[in-house]
Design a protein around this ligand. Structure first.
Ligand code: SIN
Length: 338
């Protein structure tokens, strides 16, 4: 196998090192609320804008994320909240160095320290390397035999503050192509439901736990439960930037509706998890050299598409800032489970 294009970005992690998952509630900033919605100046100066679908995803060329002012970064957060996912092409981001990468993403909030993913040597767990090759395997080899490998989720929602304007960029694309990332709109998924059904959902809250299926598989049920960090969030939240209701479901982390009996919860969540990934609300992002994806985790869920051949290298980097604590879309209907 050829050498990696970005050897300094290979994943490392000292044995046994795991930053705490428990991040207590804090006052957070939402830079997208500072943007002027009528005049996104970053889109004016010669940028090429193409919507991937009318519902979700916008591809942008002609802007360098690394050169934006704070006003420009506010506009990126605003547009990501509106469109779910922004795909910036022809970026220098992968080559600007760790400090500058961190400076840009930290503008949106304190960075999530991932409990298990590797980070480039000399950096820290704020950098999440997503890596596949013949030795590390890929998502299919890690999960074992399954019919399909869709793994729709919102990242790390078991804390009171949740991930917001997330940056994900490519270092090396599988040689045979593939390895896209799919996104689905949580706001469009909500809007497609009937008023009567929305009425029911507006009152509910979901239990989110770090003892996810993946975590249980990694450390075993007993340890996963002992170390788990848990919280509840409304099932329908009001997006802090767009002010739209958003269906805040998360199949890997939020698996119980508070106050429901197990069969009620399992069946309603199964319906919502099948519903929210419809092609009606989703899009696939094809990675190209220089692509940086910026998405808002309160507006879109995502799934890797591990369709490249076993043994191929796919090398990505992600940084997740925390935003505010999700608020119920309809406080007058919401039954606080605490
Ligand atoms: C993830 O699931 O968080 C990573 C997505 C990807 O590898 O495309």
């Amino acid at each position: 196998m050829a050498n990696p294009l970005y050897p300094d970005y290979l994943p490392t992690r000292p044995d046994g090192y795991s930053p705490t998952l428990d991040v207590p509630l804090f006052e957070a900033d939402e830079p997208g609320t500072r943007a002027d919605p009528t005049t996104p100046s970053i889109l004016k100066a010669g940028a090429t804008i193409t919507n991937i679908t009318p519902i979700i995803g916008t591809e942008i060329r002609g802007i360098q994320l690394s050169k934006l002012t704070h006003t420009g970064l506010d506009e990126v957060a605003f547009l990501a909240a509106q469109r779910g996912v922004l795909v910036f092409r022809e970026q220098d981001f992968a080559d600007i160095g760790f400090e500058k990468q961190k400076e840009v993403v930290k503008y949106y909030g304190p960075l999530h320290k991932h409990p298990t993913m590797g980070y480039p040597a000399g950096t820290g767990p704020e950098f999440h390397v997503v890596y596949a090759d013949e030795k590390a395997g890929n998502l299919r080899t890690l999960l074992g035999p399954h019919t399909t490998y869709d793994l729709w989720h919102v990242d790390q929602t078991f804390t009171p503050n949740v991930p917001s304007t997330t940056f994900f960029w490519v270092l090396e694309i599988p040689a045979s192509g593939g390895g896209d990332t799919a996104f689905t709109s949580l706001t469009a998924a909500y809007e497609a439901l009937s008023p009567a059904f929305r009425e029911l959902l507006g009152g509910l809250s979901l239990y989110h736990t770090s003892a996810s299926v993946g975590e249980v598989a990694r450390v075993g049920m007993e340890r996963a439960l002992k170390e788990a960090v848990n919280t509840t969030h409304p099932l329908v939240i009001r997006h802090p930037v767009t002010r739209k209701p958003s269906l805040f479901v998360n199949p890997t982390i939020a698996r119980k509706i508070e106050g429901f009996l197990p069969e009620e919860s399992d069946n309603l969540l199964k319906f919502l998890h099948d519903h929210f990934r419809s092609l009606d609300f989703s899009c696939r992002v094809k990675w190209e050299k220089g692509t940086v994806v910026v998405w808002d985790q309160r507006a879109a869920a995502h799934s890797a598409v591990p369709d490249f051949a076993d043994g191929e290298r796919r090398h990505m980097l992600r940084m997740i800032p925390y935003g505010t604590k999700p608020q119920p879309a309809f406080p007058e209907k919401f039954i606080d489970s605490k």
